[in-house]
Design a protein around this ligand. Structure first.
Ligand SMILES: [Zn+2]
Ligand SMILES: [Zn+2]
Length: 282
């Protein structure tokens, strides 16, 4: 079976260990067919980011060239051993989409896919980095944590509906559960999740099975089995992503994830080349 990891980081991201080549070599050693390099896109082009430590979230914009050129040279160097795919994990922040565009255009003929993710929510007290443990004390500012879930899924619906936001894949779909916080009103939140799934299907967006959740307090992949079943029923395509922040985490728990996907009914995984989707069998 061909294993492909579509979500990895590196020292370019400032909070991950190991350079790009170390990730590529780790993937070759694990006999992967694909290693997707998906660095966090620079935050510094965004406005009103003063209250988040964005310098620790991604490379500055003046390193974009070096990231892409480094990835291109690795793609060439190891082309007989592995397919190196070039990507970004792009943060969706409402009303700030067109800025990404200007920078991304330069690399458009090199990019294989883009992960659209939400790590920050607009709130009355500014941007809230809800998945950063340093912001856990902010959770007390909400009367009910369901407000966070609602905000998150409304933002996700806006991301999927945004015509200017070009992306192929939704990253860590149910991320707000990371710290083992689950919705109080499960039905209400599930309704919003389902709306996001329907929009994703309509736009032919792929959803990743992100195994980093298994390394977090929630101890479960993103999204939950319940959501993956709904995705399967809607005919939504999937890829696997480890969200590795260390070369050792490449392809983390992929075999058990493939077992889960097969149990649900999935027979193939998506694969991207220059933003075009094909499939590999599982
Ligand atoms: Zn990261
Ligand atoms: Zn992420």
């Amino acid at each position: 079976m061909l294993l492909e990891d579509w979500h990895t980081h590196s020292s370019f991201c400032r909070h991950a260990t190991g350079n790009l080549e170390q990730y590529v070599i780790a993937a070759i050693n694990k006999k992967l067919n694909v290693i997707g390099l998906s660095a966090h896109f620079p935050y510094e082009i965004l406005k009103e980011i003063e209250n988040i430590p964005y310098q620790e979230y991604s490379m500055p914009t003046d390193e974009l060239d070096s990231y892409v050129f480094n990835a291109i040279s690795l793609r060439e160097k190891y082309k007989n051993q592995i397919a190196v795919k070039i990507a970004f994990e792009l943060d969706f922040v409402e009303k700030q989409v067109e800025k990404h565009h200007k920078y991304l255009q330069k690399y458009s003929d090199q990019i294989d896919y883009i992960i659209g993710s939400i790590h920050n929510l607009n709130t009355s007290f500014g941007l809230f980095a809800f998945d950063d443990f340093r912001f856990l004390n902010y959770y007390d500012r909400f009367e009910d944590t369901d407000e966070i879930f609602m905000n998150y899924y409304k933002t996700m619906q806006a991301m999927i509906s945004s015509e200017q936001f070009h992306f192929t894949t939704i990253g860590h779909f149910d991320l707000p559960k990371k710290f083992n916080i689950l919705p109080n009103n499960k039905e209400l939140i599930m309704e919003e999740e389902f709306k996001a799934l329907q929009l994703a299907k309509k736009r032919d967006i792929v959803i990743e099975i992100n195994t980093s959740g298994l390394r977090r307090p929630i101890k479960e992949q993103y999204p939950s089995e319940e959501i993956i079943k709904k995705m399967y029923n809607l005919g939504i395509d999937v890829v696997l992503g480890s969200d590795a922040h260390h070369p050792n985490e490449i392809a983390y728990e992929f075999k058990s994830s493939i077992r889960l996907l097969k149990k649900i009914g999935y027979k193939r995984l998506a694969h991207f080349t220059k933003m075009a989707k094909t499939y590999v069998k599982i």
